[in-house]
Design a protein around this ligand. Structure first.
Ligand code: ITT
Length: 199
């Protein structure tokens, strides 16, 4: 059986392929590039779960194959949970990781050490062409540091240190990050459901 990964974020695609393989999902994973007719899905939801389902449902309907989608972001306590669902376009241009990170650093520059709490959140959605849909969520708590460190991962990884760690998620190996990440947790929770529905 073929399963479409409904994302255009290269960082997510790499992580998801590893997470799904480790979770014993044996379906053949295909990317959106196989379906050039599928355009960008407007993320009009108010929650990670709503947006993940929006993406998975459109792609399942239009491809005729089961689809999984990820909606995720960084929620910063001192910014009342922002950027949250706006994480990919925080500085204005969708997917400009460097500009997003720079803006966030500027916004927390005056926030004292003890108020630097934040978490990554991920909603993992599965949709079938038949209309069946499932969702699972995961989170990773940590703090925002003052200056970027590390070259792995993507997005806000260079400024996020998970609880109980000294390294940023950009200094962890892919395997180490997936073992604790919001995305790893959400998709490991969804994996049994994917296995069940896909047979
Ligand atoms: P798709 O909708 O095509 O999947 P996207 O990048 O638009 O890609 P989102 O709307 O879910 O996806 O936004 C996710 C943003 O949150 C992403 O651009 C990063 O800035 C941030 N983010 C999510 N997970 C992250 C992670 O593991 N490490 C660092 N930043 C992350």
């Amino acid at each position: 059986i073929r399963l479409v990964l409904a994302t255009r974020n290269a960082g997510k695609i790499t992580e998801l392929r590893e997470i799904l393989a480790d979770a014993s999902i044996t379906a053949e994973i295909v990317g959106l590039e196989e379906f050039p007719e599928i355009g960008d899905v407007a993320e009009t939801g108010l929650t990670f779960a709503e947006n993940a389902l929006l993406k998975a449902v459109v792609v399942a309907k239009q491809s005729g194959l089961p689809a999984i989608a990820d909606d995720s972001g960084l929620c910063v306590d001192a910014l009342n949970g922002m950027p949250g669902i706006f994480s990919a376009r925080w500085a204005g241009r969708h997917g400009d990781d460097q500009a997003n990170l720079d803006l966030l650093l500027a916004q927390v520059s005056d926030v004292p050490e003890e108020h630097r709490g934040a978490h990554f959140a991920c909603a993992a959605a599965l949709a079938l062409p038949s209309g069946e849909e499932r969702i699972a969520e995961g989170a990773l708590n940590g703090v925002i540091i003052n200056a970027p460190r590390g070259a792995n991962g993507f997005g806000y990884d260079p400024i996020f240190v998970p609880e109980g760690e000294d390294r940023t998620t950009a200094e962890l190996s892919a395997r180490e990050k997936n073992a604790i990440s919001h995305r790893g947790r959400a998709f490991r929770a969804l994996a049994p459901v994917i296995g069940e529905l896909l047979g």
